[in-house]
Write a protein that binds this ligand. Structure first.
Ligand code: TYD
Length: 222
């Protein structure tokens, strides 16, 4: 007879949000290295590190279409909204839900808050419609903790310029400063509404990492 393993413990979903150039990728890597040996995750739980758009094979194809479309194929804002939602629906069903149901933890570079910030506040699409679409795409899956890397737009712009060197910005980054300013303000509003944890990101990377770790310890440490 199979041995009963006791009640299933669901995993945790941790999300990083913020404007382009806020240092999210660096912080995600640092958290991904620290979290499994932090003592916060239960024994046997693994860490899935993922991102939106592009956390599944379908999502990688959508990411390419969204950020680097061939000439003449750039999506209209409503099509853009639906493509991000399609990426998310696939991500939730193929990767996030199975991992969480198995008790694993997930660290995601962006989630539904990015759609509210970029397509809602940035592009000016209906926030009410976006909330309905979010419900469809996520099936109601909410992050357990969202860290918002809060960086003034001027500093984010400076960092993107320094990072990119000769590279072309992607389609979203190329949408202009006024757009990114609305996105930034959108993130600030969402952080207040949704209870996200703001992290001051205009510090040295190690200091930002320490603040991220502290936020996770506060949430789950004993
Ligand atoms: P990201 O992977 O963070 O960019 P980078 O490769 O520069 O680190 O995000 C890709 C872009 O997609 C970013 O400009 C934000 C945008 N985006 C949206 O507009 N809506 C969304 O729902 C998501 C998830 C991302």
């Amino acid at each position: 007879m199979a041995i009963a393993l006791g009640p299933e413990v669901r995993g945790r979903l941790v999300v990083l949000e913020g404007i382009d150039g806020c240092g999210k990728s660096t912080q995600l890597q640092a958290l991904a290295a620290w979290l499994p040996q932090s003592g916060l995750m239960p024994p046997g739980a693994e860490l899935l590190v993922t991102r939106e758009p592009g956390g599944t094979p379908l999502g990688q194809a959508l990411r390419q279409l969204l950020l680097h479309p061939p000439a003449g194929a750039a999506p209209h804002s409503t099509a853009e909204l639906l493509l991000y939602a399609a990426d998310r629906a696939q991500h939730v069903q193929q990767r996030l839900e199975p991992a969480l149901a198995a008790g694993h933890w997930v660290l995601s570079d962006r989630y539904s808050g990015s759609t509210a910030a970029y397509q809602g506040h940035g592009r000016g699409l209906s926030l009410e419609l976006i909330a309905q679409l979010e419900q469809i795409a996520t099936g109601g899956l909410q992050p357990d903790l969202t860290l918002w890397l809060d960086l003034p737009l001027a500093e984010a712009t400076r960092r993107r310029g320094a990072r990119q060197g000769g590279d072309q910005p992607d389609r979203i980054e190329a949408a202009g400063e006024a757009f990114l300013q609305r996105v930034h303000q959108g993130f600030a509003a969402l952080a207040a509404q949704r209870g996200w944890q703001p992290i001051a990101a205009d510090l040295l990377p190690d200091q930002v990492s320490a603040a991220c770790r502290q936020a996770l310890r506060q949430r789950w440490g004993s």
